[in-house]
Write a protein that binds this ligand. Sequence first.
Ligand code: GDP
Ligand code: MG
Length: 317
Amino acid sequence: MIEKAKIRCIVDSALLKLTEHDRLSDAEKTDFLQNFDESNLRIGIVGKMKAGKSSLVNAFVFNDNILPSGSEPITVTLTEITYGEENAAEVELLTKEDIDALRVLASRVASDESETQLIESAKGVLESLPNNYEQLMTKGKITVPISELTEFVSTSGKLSGLAKCVRISLNADALKGITIIDTPGFNDPISSRGDTTKKCLANCNVLIFVHSHNGYDQVDASLLSSQIEYAGISELIDVYNKVDLLHLPLSEWDDQLDYFIERRDEYLKKIPQNSNVATIMSKSASLMTSSLMALCGQIPSKNQSPSMLYSKILVEI
Ligand SMILES: Nc1nc2c(ncn2[C@@H]2O[C@H](COP(=O)(O)OP(=O)(O)O)[C@@H](O)[C@H]2O)c(=O)[nH]1
Ligand SMILES: [Mg+2]
């Protein structure tokens, strides 16, 4: 995979030269890229709410607090990050059909607890829509400065109910040939948004499964067997985040990682051996990190080039 990313990098600069010298039309370039994009490495970030997915992306991709993260579940939309010549964010808005479907859901009577939650969050989204939402929705997609993204992707954002998905492009060479996808979770009341997450995961080559400092738990195990198994991916990397909360010296991180892997294997034993999960997990890699420490520069610099996790991930795959 890393080879593909390198090839993509070379192809990009070749295309640029060909375009600069009028040897390639824009249409030819677009056509080529659309086909070539199939070899783009897509890395999906998954895990339970508050595991630290968005913080991980902030630490290892942006090296800054760009994506909203917080003690309440915060990300409401799928966020794709790719290389682009300009730093920009494009927000795809919900459609009238999405809103109609939400209204139908909000008027339903719940038959169990998970449905109650879904209906309540549908009501929440409808209540949070700004007064002029119909007018805004006619635009389909809008481009906003990256600094204003919180309005669209976080629960506290004024326009978060309106965003279906967000695409950020960053002028960072390390992103060439790579798409990183931060996911909000699977039970979205806006079914088209939930479907977007599922479809998007199905197109990922690699999943980064983020756990918090306690390692695998029952929620992680059920995510693995209920969602990830069906995502159609071939590689998975377990990342144990928030390791700072364990207050361990760096010298003990490796032992702690072994302990996490043993605990994970206990959960895996309960999953039928012939399932996709067993195949995926048999070759999965595991890492420990702390987004917080990485953001404060407290992880030794030898581990951070361009940033520890990102480069380690590229080496692992
Ligand atoms: N101590 C500590 N807290 C973290 C770390 N990474 C994330 N958090 C906190 O965990 C909470 C959830 O993080 P967030 O990235 O929003 O989680 P997400 O829902 O998985 O995207 C926030 O309050 C973060 O500040 C970490 O490495 N160490
Ligand atoms: Mg998040």
